[in-house]
Design a protein around this ligand. Structure first.
Ligand SMILES: [Fe+2]
Ligand SMILES: [Fe+2]
Length: 364
């Protein structure tokens, strides 16, 4: 494994490293009962599905700027200005720049989220009560290290631009790592952060049809993440039924706060800063414009059915979700029924328009 960091990651304002304290019990399981067939099945699947970052074709030349210029032009600019209704119309150059920055921002947050997943899963190895859960979590640790490696290599060797961790994401990752209750690590990382990532990866595939390297990276990572989300659902599915009202209330608070942090993370302040735009004006735009709102809501399409399966779509959570327009996803399939999300056809159609591609009237 050797690659050239042509464009190292920018350092966040909080510094080049961060120390987070957590007090958590580490559990030995001396029974080794190994009764959870579904977790053992997932563990077998995980071992068989392992791949190496060097299996990817890193010789592919990634020139997104050229690609975006080729596929954009007048049609993409008009679609951007019409569909997204930015605070002021953007010209061709700005449209390409905004798209390149949004893409690099998204991939950078994937990278930082993957590092969070690596650390959170290492915690699960220690804290999970059952031996078979520890085994699967250990398998996932190796997956997450590989995901960090692959996104890091793509950003620093191929893409040429990247962003530091988003402050909302950083807060959420800190909270997940700090929490001493073992189920909160699962809930925060496996259900919330990875559930959102899975939906975001699906959209990345739709947005980058003409970049074969990111297609390959995303497909491989999605297959791994689908197992990770299923691990979370299987590990927690019987837990919340027997909790006291006070304990359940703490979980509800956590879910609602994490949801707000994830939604706010998607406003992309850092992109507007880098573009030299008026950040306040553009954040207001991102908050209110229907397309951006719909896009953000879509990213919760995997989380809501999974929470429902866990019995956590309680009246309080439902009320919070109704308010931000994401309760509509409650009847979609959860991660144990349907591993990978399929973005809805209307959204695929809209994204194609934004890329300046001609779409048949019958739909994508
Ligand atoms: Fe991952
Ligand atoms: Fe993961």
């Amino acid at each position: 494994m050797k690659y050239e960091q042509r464009n190292p990651l920018p350092i966040p304002a909080s510094g080049p490293s961060e120390s987070v304290s957590s007090t958590m019990d580490t559990i030995f399981d001396w029974r080794y009962a190994l009764e959870q067939e579904n977790l053992l099945g997932l563990y077998e699947k995980g071992k068989l599905a392992t791949w190496n970052a060097s299996d990817l074709d890193w010789s592919i030349d990634v020139d997104l700027e050229k690609m975006m210029r080729q596929r954009s032009g007048a049609a993409a600019r008009e679609a951007f200005n019409q569909l997204l209704q930015p605070p002021r119309p953007l010209d061709d150059r700005e449209t390409v720049e905004v798209n390149l920055n949004m893409n690099a921002w998204m991939l950078s947050q994937f990278l930082h989220g993957e590092q969070g997943a690596l650390l959170a899963t290492a915690k699960i190895v220690q804290a999970a009560p059952l031996e078979e859960a520890k085994w699967y979590a250990a398998n996932q640790v190796a997956d997450e290290a590989r995901h960090v490696e692959v996104y890091h290599r793509y950003l620093t060797e191929k893409l040429g631009r990247s962003f530091e961790v988003n402050p909302h994401l950083q807060t959420l990752l800190d909270q997940i790592i700090e929490d001493s209750r073992w189920d909160m690590t699962y809930l925060g990382m496996q259900i919330m952060v990875e559930g959102l990532a899975l939906a975001a990866f699906g959209l990345m595939k739709v947005q980058m049809p003409d970049e074969p390297l990111i297609q390959d990276i995303t497909s491989r990572i999605m297959a791994d993440e689908a197992r990770h989300v299923a691990f979370g659902v299987l590990s927690l599915q019987d837990l919340y039924r027997d909790m006291t009202e006070a304990e359940l209330r703490e979980r509800e608070d956590f879910i609602i706060e994490a949801t707000h942090l994830m939604r706010d993370r998607l406003l992309m302040e850092q992109v507007y800063e880098r573009m030299g735009f008026d950040v306040k004006v553009w954040v207001t735009w991102a908050t209110n414009t229907p397309f951006m709102k719909g896009f953000r809501q879509m990213l919760f399409s995997k989380i809501v059915p999974n929470l429902k399966r866990l019995g956590l779509l309680t009246p309080r959570v439902r009320e919070a979700y109704e308010k931000i327009g994401i309760l509509q996803f409650e009847n979609l399939k959860d991660s144990t029924q349907d591993a990978e999300p399929t973005p809805p056809a209307e959204l695929v159609q809209l994204l194609a328009k934004l890329q300046g591609a001609e779409q048949p009237a019958s739909g994508a």
